[in-house]
Design a protein around this ligand. Sequence first.
Ligand code: GLN
Length: 305
Amino acid sequence: MPNYQAVLDATFNHIQPLLHAGKVADYIPALAEQKIGQFAIALHTNEGNSFTAGNCNTRFTVQSVSKVMTLTMALQRYEDELWQRVGKEPSGTAFNSLTQLEFENGIPRNPFINAGAIVTCDALFSRLGAPIHTMLEQYRRQSGNAKVIINKRVAQSEFEYRYRNAAMAYLMKSFSNFSNEVEEVLWSYFNYCAIELNCIELARTFSYLSNQGYCAQSQQQLISAKQTKQLNSLLFTSGLYDAAGDFAYRVGMPGKSGVSGTIIAVVPGQFTIAVWSPGLDKFGNSVAGIAALEYLSEQLGTAIF
Ligand code: GLN
């Protein structure tokens, strides 16, 4: 086994000059309060070992990383039928872009931009009793922390400033690509974004992505090996919005970012990593987080190509 601890320590060292780079997300007051200059990284192997560096006890909201779990749970219930409602193509536009929906009959390009995640939440909403509670319980099982909570202040604040996301949802409804009450589905979406984990819990939660769909913590086969391969492929092409190409070029792993400054990345067959540092670039991705994954993939030679 490679010396993961040494590589994480070296990675932490490597990103020091970037700790204060970028800007904290400020589209809602509750996120704008996050302090820049923080960093954590955790690597969880398929054998069940965790390695960490930085502030790994600090929790943050998962934000758009939640879109991966939403998609996983929707694929469990719809399989390929889901793709009638949302596409599989990179968007080339910002995570909160509206324009493409108008020209493509209300079908979002992929499940990782906001419109795509919201329509996936709508699909899930139709098949989940108590959607927020069920989702939270699933995170608790997979993360190994029965006390995971939703940061209600963040969820409330996102809901209060929901205009853009609401506009997307109503536009999709006008194209008959939305089944439930928009406001109710948005509330579930914001609650999913506001689930709080630390990097160790996050890496454990998404470890099924490197392990053919099997989560060892919850002892569940969440999706099939084939679906896991498909999900990782979509993460590779669309996980970092309009910066997915640059991330693929620099890091060479499937990944998903969130505006709290977190990113998960996957080396199929080996491990899942979670990194967090709140300073964002103009695409809404963590500056130090991407630099850390780039360095780590070089050190371990784990880019999938
Ligand atoms: N909650 C955020 C939103 O919908 C998620 C965005 C993100 O992490 N990119 O605006």
